[in-house]
Design a protein. Sequence first.
Lengths: 167, 419, 315
Amino acid sequence: MKLPDAEQLCEQLAAELRPRLTPSSAMIGLYTGGAWLAERLHALLGLATPLGLMDIAFYRDDYHAQGLHHDPKRTKIAFDVNGRELLLVDDVLYTGRTVRAAMNELFDYGRPASIALVVLADRGGRELPICAQYCGARLDVPSGMRLRLKREANGKLALALEPSRAA
Amino acid sequence: MRLAIKNARIIDPASGRDGVGDLHVADGKISEEHARPDRVIDAKGLVAAPGFIDLSARLREPGFEYKATLESELEAALAGGVTSLACPPDTDPPLDEPGLVDMLRRRAKALSRARVYPLGALTVKLEGERLTEMAQLAEAGCVAFSQANAPLANTQVLWRALQYAATFGFPVWLRPQDAWLAKDGVAHEGELATRLGLPGIPPFAETIALATMLELVRATGARVHFCRLSTAGAVELMRAARREGLPVSCDVAIHHLHLCDMDLGYFDSNCRLEPPLRSARDRDALARGLEEQIIDCACSDHTPIDDDGKHLPFAEAEPGATGLELLLPLTLKWGEARKLPLAKTLARITCNAAQVLGVSSGRLAAGAPADVAIFDPKAPLRVVPEMLKSQGKHTPFAGHELAGRVRYTLVAGNVVYEA
Amino acid sequence: MQRNPQLNAQGELQHLLSIEGLPREILGQILDTAESFVGVTEREVKKVPLLRGKSVFNLFFEPSTRTRTTFEIAAKRLSADVINLNIALSSQTKGESLLDTVANLSAMQADIFVVRHASSGAPFLIARHVKPHEHVVNAGDGRHAHPTQGLLDLYTIRHYKKDFSRLTVAIIGDVLHSRVARSLIQGLTTLGAPQVRVIAPQTLLPSGVEALGVKVFHDMRAGLRDCDVVVMLRLQNERMKGAMLPSAQEYFKNYGLTAEKLALAREDAIVMHPGPMNRGVEIDSSVADGPHSVILPQVTFGIAVRMAVMSIVAG
């Protein structure tokens, strides 16, 4: 399966987002892949509000089955989310559960004016009624495979396909 | 009733006899006559030895029948090849009145199982203040006087008690432990107690008390048997006392020959014992002291305790362990580790103990009481608490693989146990 | 030796009973997770849904309002239901055994038992008898261990000193009776602190304390020299009644922390205390409230550390 170039998708997403930005726009990336992508987009768009980073470990719905993930990152949102137009950034949209958890966590910070979802790739397989407003590419990935973003030593982003650990 | 035990390896530690042969029993005694027996036991491959004498086994009567009864514990004794046992006076009420002793003796006799030798309380209610009526207790059947594990902090009372006992020639059995130094302690004072945060009992709680007691033996001439030594220092004091010729003897509990404080692991209340399990160095000194006969005997210090008494945090758990059925295998394990011939090993639970107790059993000479244990020293024995006959199921040896199974036990020529 | 009863067959934390025997990685995991929870406790909504629907039973067989409260807050911030049982005043006096109490609560669908008990090892006994899905967190047992306090101390030290590899830590006072000291010493040695000192008179040190990996000082001035971290232990008043110490005055003179003595430690030394403090007995107010003191941040971190512990064992 031929994967699209992540760097190119990134530029494309930035171009798509730029005209929609308002003074109250702010961006939050989800660890780990979404944070890398958000760092890139945040710089490309030159947003004034600091980039927010979020680890949804404490909001996951599989805690009872999987336990707490090792080494959760600290969520850092250095701005008031109340009334913001938030761009929530993740690398790959799959079941939608991560986004559900992220929205729950966000609401514990306040009441944003709106939340839009930005993803590099949508691989299908949704289990919740969630869709991305900004999507780099739509790919059909078989269920035994895992699509994820990687950051190479030189900082370049690339999509990778690998057998999922559970399979 | 005549009985012949054929083809056994006959071991009589008292005489040093060790060889395959036949053993004859007539009228409850070992006999040299070979008249036609009523019953023949083929003991090929088995050892026939004097029945074991346990210097400390708690039968829990009177007062603690919910923990164990005479029936259950004497059954356990026979299953362990124990034909005579001394029971400490820490019953409820303590054995401080002739009536109580008399009743215990009668009950035991009526069961016609192992021979029970009660130790009388040295002080009333074991409170360490007033002397008991030792002469009357002796008449009722007490073979010696003891405080069991109850403290006797007042050295003047101890002095008087030894003087009084010496007057009548009664032996006194004492466990040396300084009551103040041992106060609140539950484990050997050392690295492990420090790590686990358990209040410690320093080894000098034993040696200081023992030194005091030895001095009082010198002063009074009392015959004293020291119970359950636990420290290397105490072994050395006993070595010197023996060299000096003092009228003293001593024993060690079977647990202390094999275990040390490290076996407490994560607060294993089965290892909550009195005295506490001490360091590996102490354990080794005890094992060596028993080999060198500085220590005369090993005993089970059998203490049946119910689950309620043990399913508690370590310090709150009742001290003690079940042991009657483990006396043989654990003594054999000790002998094997010391590379001793079987006769020498068995002396610690037969003739040596008979001497301390002042009884004529513990040997296989003609005319001696026909108390005999017939056992397979090599038969493997996995310690499964549920399979013990004793009502006490708690032992630090649960799950251990030992060797030595009793096949027949004879008391006064009667086969009272067969497996 | 048996398997460490705190870990399951996969080597994951099942109960938190003691810091002793826990691998470095698990200590690191707890401290890292706690750091994320510190972020949560700084938010407007200080609550995450992690333990929603779970029940935490605070089983305090020995009264302690402070510790119980921090566990209660931690559990509530994880969205758990919290039930406080002050057993010292209820069933035990009616003769119910420890294990009966636990079995009863277990029948009420407990998930986590937070246990405080006056007897060393009590939480181990409980952990041996609970069902596989139930978890035990030791909130202090006798003189043995107080692992969450030890962890919050480690967290505080890491927060201010970044790493443990060059630290000199002095623990001062009643080490003999202190579960806090034991847990902290075990944590520091596991995380590689090169020098842990204990400073106390002989009567307040357990025998063979060196075997825990500490250096013993009887002279406080010598012991404080070049320390990065100074941990004061609480001295219970009842120690003055027996033969442990002659008087509070004499103790303070020799082992109380004053600004003048603290000046012997490093300039950037931090001063910690597990609380509650006895001002004028083990610590002078000018030090307790002074610039080196991190005693209040310890309390804040304590909640995050307890959140981390509960969410890791229950996961």
